[in-house]
Design a protein around this ligand. Structure first.
Ligand SMILES: C[S@@+](CC[C@H](N)C(=O)[O-])C[C@H]1O[C@@H](n2cnc3c(N)ncnc32)[C@H](O)[C@@H]1O
Length: 322
């Protein structure tokens, strides 16, 4: 049996018998006015963060969601895209699609605004999506791609890029590792399926996103996920996995490299009303300007006494104060 088959079998089992706590972190229950999440759907939150960000979801976008779990994020996306077929769920595991469908039927009974036909569920695989190129406004996956070996991760990222319209967004939540994980872990198919032993590093994940063609990347969260300690895992030192939330835009990759926003800002506080770096960044005095890591490094290298560049907050959602 390949690790992909082991994964499908594992999720078939946890579709039948929900396993609260699998993958998920202790992020607060996602609450919005009028959104009631059925208990079983919440128990089947197998995501390690959130891919549902209201600012991405203006104009009722068409959303592709790969790896449906109990349907929690399908329902949350449908909250913003209230029209038939706007949310497309894809999953190769029949029992998981069935569980999601049942949970969505309960959600329809518990939420006046929600109709089951807002979500369509399809058999399909992240490695070969059953969708036309350039057909969706948002593609999303939560706690699935970390399971893939690197060659499959490359395919899955290419598929997410292919189905997006130009300029559209791929949102993801996934564990990352602080160092390449040892073979004792990566070769363990069950731990891999449980999102505990397949994670690549932060740097490698970003490299692969850029190689897939995403030219702008926003890091929206970076939190502790799981501790792989020496008592329970076959490791010679404890390894803290983190959970990452990312929005990657299908923009062309600039010649000097992708723009990766990690929450850094530049503040000019000199004796002029504003300062222009001559490279497209116009800084009003005292007004923090969000900058990508590439620009932050360029500005720091100037060594100016009237310019301060902050470190990464690992929280960037495109917001600004004005
Ligand atoms: C860790 S769960 C995450 C579920 C959901 N995204 C959530 O946040 O609750 C992984 C999901 O991916 C599905 N899955 C497994 N292999 C897959 C594949 N090759 N392509 C697409 N989905 C897959 C599983 O059936 C399961 O629904």
């Amino acid at each position: 049996m390949s690790y992909l088959e082991t994964t499908r079998q594992y999720y078939s089992d946890v579709a039948e018998t929900p396993e609260p706590g699998l993958c998920c972190t202790t992020t607060p229950r996602f609450a919005l006015p009028g959104l009631n999440v059925p208990q079983r759907m919440n128990d089947m939150n197998y995501g390690c963060g959130s891919t549902v960000h209201p600012r991405d979801l203006v104009d009722e976008p068409t959303v592709l969601y790969v790896g449906v779990g109990g349907g929690l994020e399908l329902l949350q996306f449908a909250y913003f895209s209230r029209r038939p077929g706007a949310v497309i769920g894809v999953d190769p595991v029949a029992r998981m699609r069935q569980a999601a469908a049942e949970n969505l039927a309960v959600a329809a009974a518990e939420n006046d605004w929600f109709r089951e036909d807002f979500v369509s569920l399809h058999a399909g695989d992240a490695l070969e999506l059953p969708l036309e190129a350039g057909s969706v406004d948002i593609s999303a996956q939560n706690c699935l791609f970390n399971i893939f070996e690197e060659a499959d991760l490359v395919r899955a990222l290419a598929e997410m890029h292919r189905v997006l319209k130009p300029g559209a967004r791929f949102v993801l939540s996934d564990p990352v590792a602080p160092e390449p994980l040892p073979a004792s872990l990566t070769g363990d198919e069950r731990l891999r399926a449980m999102c505990l032993s397949g994670a690549t590093t932060y740097d490698r994940y970003l490299e692969l996103l850029v190689e897939a063609g995403f030219g702008t990347i926003e890091i929206r969260a970076r939190r502790p996920y799981r501790m792989l300690d020496t008592a329970r895992y076959d490791v010679d030192h404890a390894i803290l996995l983190e959970s990452l939330e990312v929005c990657a835009l299908k923009d062309p990759v600039p010649a000097d490299g992708a723009c990766v926003f990690t929450g850094r800002a530049a503040i000019y506080f000199g004796d002029q009303p504003a300062w222009d770096d001559g490279a497209g960044h116009f800084l009003l005095r005292d007004m923090p300007l969000a900058v990508c890591d590439k620009t932050a490094a360029n500005l720091e290298s100037l060594g100016r006494a009237d310019l301060h560049v902050t470190g990464s907050t690992w929280f960037y959602d495109g917001g600004g104060c004005c």
